[in-house]
Design a protein around this ligand. Structure first.
Ligand SMILES: *Cc1c(COP(=O)(O)O)cnc(C)c1O
Length: 247
């Protein structure tokens, strides 16, 4: 990319970032919350490592990907572009157990843990990576809660959250930090996020470090903030529309 087009792209992202921050601030004001209570997680899926570098230049420190295979190369490329950047990478997409070994090499946080079997695979992978010096910290995880009955979208059924939490916290290689959810397609996000908020509160009573509620995307972040989200995951509103890609 030429220097001119990079500057142009940076200005474009800076303007989107200003607008997103304004939306989060307004949602916080409306809910009587402080803007510092809501972290902005930039979702870089389908966009190049160069865009992730520009986001880091603009001060963002939390970046997310949803496909392991796409992410591992991009995170490595990002590290070459911005070796000094203190960025934490989040995995937010459905994850197969056979990707656990790879994901623990680049992710600081896995937000999409939705089964005991996946938790166990991640725990083993994190322990091995710690032993091998491929990581220096335990893996932070969130339980992804399924808020609709549609099969295939991932998510732990609300009734199984406490058993999954018990499994995750049995070992020190994983750190349970809270819950994540995606509002059901076509459903009312207020209903979904109110449900999630109750689940998050109950979990935190048993696990005081599970403070995060990762909820809200470009289209519904106001509703999520109103219901107590501590982290909004924003892609489209920051980087623009994604072209559809086949899975
Ligand atoms: C893509 C994605 C987002 C961001 O969605 P936008 O509508 O582009 O802001 C958030 N969360 C998850 C799990 C995603 O896959």
């Amino acid at each position: 990319m030429s220097e001119d087009s990079r500057q142009e792209r940076k200005a474009e992202i800076a303007e989107s970032l200003r607008e997103v921050r304004e939306r989060v601030d307004a949602a916080c004001r409306a809910a009587g919350r402080q803007p510092e209570e809501v972290e902005l997680l930039a979702v870089t899926k389908t966009f190049p490592a160069g865009d992730a570098a520009l986001l880091a230049d603009l001060g963002l420190t939390e970046l997310a990907e949803n496909r392991e295979q796409e992410a591992r190369g991009k995170v490595a490329e990002f590290a070459e572009l911005r070796p000094e950047a203190a960025v934490r990478w989040h995995m937010i997409g459905q994850l197969q157990r056979n990707k656990a070994r790879s994901v623990v090499r680049w992710a600081d946080v896995v937000e999409s843990v939705d089964s005991v079997r996946l938790a166990e695979a991640l725990r083993r992978a994190a322990a091995n990576a710690l032993d091998a010096g491929e990581r220096s910290e335990p893996l932070d995880v969130l339980i992804q809660v399924g808020l609709d009955d549609a099969a295939g979208r991932g998510g732990c059924p609300p009734g199984d959250v406490s058993a999954l939490a018990a499994e995750i916290t049995r070992h020190s290689d994983l750190r349970l930090r809270g819950v994540m959810a995606v509002a059901p397609l076509g459903g009312d996000p207020d209903v979904a996020f109110a449900t999630l908020s109750g689940i998050a509160r109950r979990l935190q009573e048993d696990y005081p470090e599970a403070v995060e509620m990762s909820a809200g995307m470009s289209g519904d972040l106001e509703s999520a903030v109103a219901h107590g989200s501590t982290r909004v995951r924003v892609g489209t509103a920051l980087l623009g529309g994604r072209r559809l890609i086949s899975p």
